[in-house]
Design a protein. Sequence first.
Length: 131
Amino acid sequence: SQHKLARDTDIKGAGDMAANTAAMMAKIRDGVTHALDETSLETLDAAVERCPIGSPESTGIPGYIGGTLQSNIAVTTPETYTRDIGVDLDKVPYAWYVHDGTVKMAARPYLTQGFEATKDALVSHSQDIKL
């Protein structure tokens, strides 16, 4: 048989401290999610605003109705704290060429310009997180 001398220690308020920490972490998670959502919507709007719209004159196609690229810019959430603003190349395969240009066409980087126009918004929205 083993003999032990043991002492149990109870830290007063430890349960409250754990509960308060959990509540604070939940507020931070909610705040970060809100900041990402708000910023990504602002970036989406800025990218859509800067996206070129094809016309019969620009495409050389009589009766052409543009706007497909612009209407396919979207926000997706591939992971919890990630927001992607972009275009599904399966739906609009020429989006890459419009954004980055070709040897015959100048780049029109609507996504990059949208991000640049709103990059300070994430910092601003993050500063609004209330604990």
